[in-house]
Design a protein around this ligand. Structure first.
Ligand SMILES: Cc1ncc(COP(=O)(O)O)c(C=O)c1O
Length: 311
């Protein structure tokens, strides 16, 4: 799974509406990387795995919801590299949840904690308790969020430089924890990166300012755009419709939690705002396709599904 050193493809999208505006849209197809550990999950875990090995740990402990892409990728990577994995799960487990079934198949030890306690997962007290319980484990924060994750994501920029020899004006990605957008922002030498925020309830201007201050980035390097469509992980008919259309038009599967919301918002933006006319854009397909089976299971929908391949 990780042996491949081949860069993910950079695919030019054919769309009459974009062509009419002189826009070149390139999709960085990270969804095609590394089987079950696809997308930004591979990028975000790469240096955690190296660090885990460097610390001579044979056990990774991490956190997530029952449908989590991060738990899915960590379990797959652990299984592949023969590193034990423990997933601390928010809430309860439903044994028929397709994500949980995969975590179990890849031998991840699952520990469910009450949602109320899970909210304290970043506190000193909670982390001390986890470290006492798993003393030799390498701890990975929820979603892999860390400067190590940013380092891995930054490699996307190097790959694109090798694949496309003209200037890129704008970069786009979905935003959850913020590691992906930061990884890109820290690496690009021109242009800016805009992130579509899929979580509800953030003051986007304040969040952006805080990110730029903490990471010593100029304020014009990052833009945050609301793309929650009713909230994280919620069913949304408009997003579903767009995913079906996009699949029919481009043969690319999107997920309903991150990339479906991003590409729907991106197309709305590019086809209405004069700001992007004549520009060259890279949008990152961050994967997350394992989530389609969970979404279909949860909401009785029929989104295109994806087969992760062997570990
Ligand atoms: C498929 C997918 N895309 C985008 C993101 C958002 O990335 P980040 O949490 O680094 O902002 C995530 C979550 O990590 C994800 O699973």
């Amino acid at each position: 799974m990780f042996e491949s050193t081949i860069a993910s493809p950079l695919q030019k999208i054919k769309d009459n509406r974009l062509e009419a505006r002189g826009i070149t849209l390139l999709i960085k197809r990270d969804d095609l990387m590394h089987g079950p550990c696809q997308g930004n999950k591979f990028r975000k875990l790469k240096y955690h795995l190296i660090e885990c090995r460097r610390q001579l740990s044979d056990h990774m402990v991490t956190f997530g919801g029952a449908f989590s892409n991060h738990l899915f990728a960590t379990a797959a990577a652990g299984y592949h590299f023969k590193i034990k994995t423990t997933g601390i799960i928010r809430g309860e487990i439903d044994e028929a949840n397709p994500t949980i079934m995969k975590l179990k198949a890849w031998k991840m030890h699952l520990e469910c904690i009450h949602r109320h306690d899970y909210q304290k997962k970043d506190s000193e007290q909670f982390l001390t308790m986890i470290k006492q319980r798993y003393p030799d484990a390498y701890l990975i924060p929820e979603g892999g969020h860390h400067t190590l994750a940013q380092q891995g994501v930054g490699e996307i920029v190097d790959e694109v430089k090798d694949q496309y020899h003209q200037n890129i004006d704008h970069w786009f990605c979905p935003v959850g924890t913020g590691s992906t957008i930061l990884g890109i922002a820290k690496k690009i030498s021109r242009g800016s990166v805009a992130g579509f925020v899929v979580l509800k309830g953030f003051n986007l201007e304040d969040t952006k300012s805080k990110m730029c201050t903490e990471h010593d980035l100029p304020e014009n390097k990052i833009q945050l755009i609301d793309a929650h469509f009713g909230g994280y992980g919620r069913k949304n008919e408009m997003v579903e419709r767009f995913i079906h259309e996009f699949y029919a038009d481009h043969d690319i599967i999107l997920d309903p939690i991150y990339t479906g919301k991003m590409f729907l918002s991106l197309f709305n933006l590019l086809t209405t705002s004069a700001h992007y006319e004549g520009s060259t854009i890279v949008a990152i397909h961050t994967g997350g396709l394992q989530g389609n089976s969970g979404y279909n299971y949860r909401y009785g929908s029929a989104l295109p599904e994806w087969t992760p391949g062997a570990c």
